[in-house]
Design a protein around this ligand. Structure first.
Ligand code: IMP
Length: 189
């Protein structure tokens, strides 16, 4: 008989509970709605990790807005940053003269956002801001100006609410730290 694998069993510690996440995203949405009340901002979600955050954030922003996506290379099947950032999927709309908000799941070394920021800045938006759900301050290798942050977290590898290890665990509704055994298994599979 096949035993059911539960994702929760792989989690050593829940760092941010689902309801705490939801409350904070609503707060951020309310603040951003005031900030962008006179324009139609473009929210640029960074795939795949920022997808749940972007979806919840836009539903907490009852103002006219536009949603677009980009995809950039991440760690691949590893927990360390390779130091190289590549665009896997570009924007399909122009952003010149527009108010742009980059919506990112987590800032670790800062390399991804540093690259993305200058890439989008070169397209002459009217304004360019960043909202990141999680900020691992201690892990930073390049300084990135973050306009809004959901939570500062310790320098630990986390999964859930969009964040993955080897493409797994994105569907957890909370942010958690994996058991060492689960990390080894995910990297082996
Ligand atoms: P950075 O370029 O080092 O700042 O990393 C940014 C990207 O790395 C994020 O958008 C995530 O995709 C990934 N990342 C960084 N830290 C974690 C983590 O703890 N868990 C899962 N993915 C992470």
């Amino acid at each position: 008989m096949k035993t059911t694998v539960r994702l929760d069993d792989s989690i050593a510690e829940v760092l941010i509970e689902a309801d705490v996440l939801q409350d904070r995203v609503k707060e951020l949405g309310a603040r951003l709605s005031v900030l962008y009340k006179d324009s139609v901002p473009i929210l640029v979600g960074v795939l795949k990790g920022a997808a749940p955050f972007l979806v919840d954030l836009m539903r907490a922003m009852p103002i006219p807005l536009q949603v677009e996506f980009m995809a950039v290379s991440s760690y691949g099947r590893n927990t360390q940053h390779s130091g190289v950032v590549r665009i896997l999927m570009d924007l399909v709309v122009g952003i010149e003269g527009r108010d742009v908000l980059i919506v990112e799941d987590i800032v670790d070394t800062g390399l991804t956002l540093d690259y993305l920021r200058s890439y989008l800045e070169n397209q002459n938006p009217r304004s360019l801001r960043i909202v990141a759900l999680l900020d691992k301050v201690e892990a930073r290798r390049v300084a990135v100006p973050l306009d809004y942050v959901g939570f500062q977290i310790p320098n630990e590898f986390v999964v859930g609410y969009g964040l993955d290890l080897a493409e797994q665990y994105r569907n957890l509704p909370y942010i958690g730290i994996l058991k060492a055994l689960a990390v080894a298994e995910a990297l082996r599979s």
